[in-house]
Design a binder for this molecule. Structure first.
Ligand code: SAM
Length: 283
């Protein structure tokens, strides 16, 4: 087993992959169905041919530039493993800010209702649901394939009975009378013209529907800001993730749509990352 994964590591090193050893070990663990310790303990054993073929396939994909998480088909977020498919964005660590703030909002409430727009893997609402057992969530996406994975992730993490998926654009699939305590969204926010300049790992492997925010990157914010007020309870909170430098524009859109209190929160890198908006200003 050792010779097999080290062979892959050496191929990766020759190809200039910085994380050659880590990537090769992760692929071997997945291909051989072992954890790290077992891989070390069974170092001298021969590998069955079908497992070697899986390892070779992973290695070939990596050498063509596919990210490790895409090849393995899962990514950790909020300490939970989320399955991915071609229709889902790989969850990013900065999105955990929405979960942190969301928990502060719903923590003091009973039976809180959450709506997540553009749910992808479902990472935001599923993380919230795993923390409080009386919360229910509705997750919307335009992609049926993304919703299928979100459903699978919810079931895997034991919250499927409190998680509803709806296909459609932003608020379209919701009944007009529905009201939520918390609305979250990490919508597509890249300016269309900038997509070609993104790193190949993102440009070629994250779905365009998850990235493209229109000519100024703000299409989704305009659509969400215009309607969110109709779907929030009076004291409800809207949390929106955004791209670097979009804080002022998103702030102005939300104020223009009638939100009385809008805070722009920066991430650890000091970049605008999240809008926290309330219809009413806090007393
Ligand atoms: C940036 S990704 C975020 C995915 C996930 N929430 C996360 O944080 O990892 C944006 C998501 O919005 C979805 N989307 C794009 N346009 C949409 C629309 N008009 N209505 C609903 N969902 C949309 C995409 O399919 C994608 O899943």
């Amino acid at each position: 087993m050792g010779a097999a994964w080290r062979g892959v590591r050496d191929q990766f090193r020759r190809a200039g992959i910085d994380t050659a050893e880590l990537d090769a070990r992760l692929f071997a663990e997945a291909a051989f169905g072992m954890d790290r310790l077992e891989l070390v303990n069974r170092e001298r054993e021969a590998v069955p041919q079908h497992q070697l073929s899986i390892l070779d396939d992973y290695a070939a994909r990596r050498l063509k530039g596919e990210p490790v998480v895409r090849i393995l088909g899962e990514k950790e977020f909020w300490g939970l493993s989320f399955k991915l498919n071609a229709a889902t964005l790989v969850p990013r660590p900065e999105t955990e800010m929405l979960v942190e703030r969301g928990l502060e909002v719903i923590g003091p409430l009973n039976d809180a209702r959450v709506l997540d727009l553009g749910t992808g893997t479902g990472c935001i609402p599923i993380s919230l649901l795993t923390e409080y057992s009386d919360v229910t969530a509705v997750a919307v996406d335009l992609s049926v394939d993304a919703l299928e994975i979100a459903r699978l992730n919810a079931n895997r993490h034991g919250v499927g009975d409190r998680f509803t998926t709806l296909k459609g654009s932003w608020f379209d699939p919701l009944d007009p009378g529905q009201r939520f305590d918390l609305i979250t969204s990490n919508p597509p926010y890249i300016e269309s013209a900038d997509i070609e300049t993104l790193m190949p790992e993102v440009r070629e492997h994250d779905p365009r529907l998850a990235l493209d925010g229109g000519s100024d990157g703000l299409d989704a914010y305009r659509a969400i800001a215009a309607e969110a007020g109709h779907f929030l309870k009076p004291e409800g909170v809207l949390l929106l993730e955004m791209g670097t430098g979009q804080g002022q524009a998103v702030h102005d859109l939300l104020v223009g749509a009638g939100f009385g209190e809008v805070e722009i929160v920066r991430d650890y890198g000091g970049h605008d990352r999240m809008a926290v908006a309330r219809l009413r200003t806090a007393p």
